[in-house]
Design a protein around this ligand. Structure first.
Ligand code: ASP
Length: 463
């Protein structure tokens, strides 16, 4: 027997001995022994199959099984949520050191400041165009399918009454900053504090400046510094590899908890609205690989397959920032994006590029307006485009932030703020979809920008 099979057999046996020696003490010894044998056998087969399938498939199974367990257990499924939270904390633990080290290394090897500027401009241009496109798509869907036009009055009253309290809390949390304040905050006063608070934009800013400074200094003198950051980068990548193996279990727990605590009735009440948002997100998910393919020649399936682990993790964590280490890993190892581009475009994208969120905000603003019988004319909808661009930029890559920023849009357009209560019930589910779109858009940017800088080695193609 191979060494791995022996290990699997031993672990399975140990599990079953442990499980059955502590439970069913009323059973006879023979019965317990045969149950142990059966369980060990079952576990052995399970682990053997488990080790044979690849990681994305395992994560997908985790997600599927999680949904089934959530449905069966109902609210009790929340007990396993800590398992999912532990997984999120493990990836989050890597975010700050990983993006700092990889950006310093990246900027130092981007070499000249001209190249940093060029890549920066391309990145911002892509982010702007893709966000505006997503908002237009949202407006198109909401204007033609009119999800708010047919919400029955009693459902509307129920929703407003049931979610009034959470809506008030949401409104309180959405403290509005001026745009100058937001811009000024990119410059850190104290980089160490930025790191301890996980302020991604400030970390990016400082790391870029440091990388550029390193690039301009004497290479011999800078060698140990480069080596140090390169080393940290490698260590973090190694940790991501380890942590991601736990993804199937983390995803299982997170999804079970969401499905278990989520009332299906609310989804039915808001079916049309939720469907319009989800259809919009799926259209975006299909457009990115097409554009990437047209631009770089990368096959549709290769892009989707390469990004699948990150997409599934984004779906179950609802956090672009928490998914960031995995997004970087998928881009570098599966899609062939060079480290200096990935480490610049992806953290920036996870912080300011939110296509899925922008689409969600556009549809939701129109939905609430439609429910209240407010018709938004062309100029109001154009204003919505501008505010939604700014709001999605201001949305941090964390769960539920998109809805806080929606408040700003509603305020600007004079739509009743308590309308937030109408959609809070399906917010968590929609967040899962929009986060998946957010990281996919970031990755499309990374792949295309890498191609334009000749820093992409497409899998299966000779560079
Ligand atoms: N959860 C989203 C993200 O992390 C942000 C949002 O729309 O709430 O990308």
């Amino acid at each position: 027997m191979k060494k791995r099979s022996l290990c699997v057999a031993l672990i399975s046996a140990a599990f079953s001995v442990l499980a059955l020696s502590f439970s069913f003490p009323f059973l006879s010894l023979t019965l317990r022994l045969s149950a142990m044998l059966m369980l060990a056998l079952l576990l052995f087969v399970f682990f053997k199959v488990w080790l044979r399938v690849n990681l994305p498939t395992r994560i997908f199974f985790g997600l599927l099984l999680g949904a089934v367990f959530g449905l069966l257990w109902g609210e009790q499924a929340a007990v396993i949520k800590p398992l999912g939270t532990a997984f999120i904390r493990l990836i989050k633990m890597i975010v700050v050191p990983l993006i700092f080290a990889s950006l310093v290394v990246g900027a130092a090897s981007l070499g000249d400041i001209k190249k940093v500027g060029r890549v920066g401009l391309k990145t911002l241009a892509y982010f702007l165009v893709s966000t505006v496109f997503s908002i237009f798509l949202g407006l198109l869907l909401a204007n033609t399918l009119r999800p708010g036009g047919s919400l029955p009055l009693e459902i509307r009253q129920d929703l407003l009454a049931n979610y009034q309290q959470s809506a008030e809390q949401t409104l309180q949390k959405s403290g509005v900053q001026s745009y100058t304040e937001i811009l000024l905050e990119i410059i850190p006063e104290n980089p160490i504090q930025s790191m301890s608070q996980g302020h991604i934009l400030q970390i990016i800013f400082f790391a870029l400046i440091m990388g550029i400074a390193i690039a301009t200094l004497d290479p011999v003198q800078m060698e140990p510094v480069r080596g140090f950051f390169h080393g940290i980068n490698e260590i973090m990548a190694k940790i991501v590899h380890g942590v991601i193996q736990l993804a199937p279990f983390g995803v299982f727990a997170l999804i079970a908890a969401v499905v278990g605590t989520f009332g299906a009735s609310i989804l039915l009440a808001l079916f049309r609205y939720a469907l319009v948002v989800i259809v919009g997100q799926i259209i975006l998910l299909l457009i990115y690989p097409l554009i990437v393919g047209a631009f770089t020649g990368m096959r549709f399936g290769d892009f989707i397959r390469g990004l699948r682990p990150a997409q599934l993790i984004a779906f179950s964590t609802s956090s672009s920032s928490a998914t960031l280490p995995v997004t970087i890993q998928c881009n570098e190892e599966n899609l062939g994006v060079k480290n200096d581009i990935a480490s610049f475009v992806l953290p920036l994208g996870a912080t300011i590029n939110m296509d899925g969120t922008a689409l969600f905000q556009a549809i939701s603003a129109l939905f609430i307006a439609q429910v209240y019988g407010i018709e938004l004319n062309l100029s109001a909808q154009l204003m919505l485009v501008v505010t939604a661009v700014l709001a999605s930029i201001g949305t941090a890559g964390a769960p539920g932030v998109g809805i806080l920023m929606l408040v700003i849009i509603l305020k600007q357009l004079g739509i009743p703020l308590e309308g937030i209560a109408l959609i809070l019930g399906v917010e968590r589910i929609l967040d899962m979809f929009r986060t998946m779109v957010n990281i996919t858009s970031d990755s499309a940017a990374a792949v295309m920008i890498a191609a334009s800088e000749k820093e992409l080695s497409i899998p299966g193609q000779i560079p």
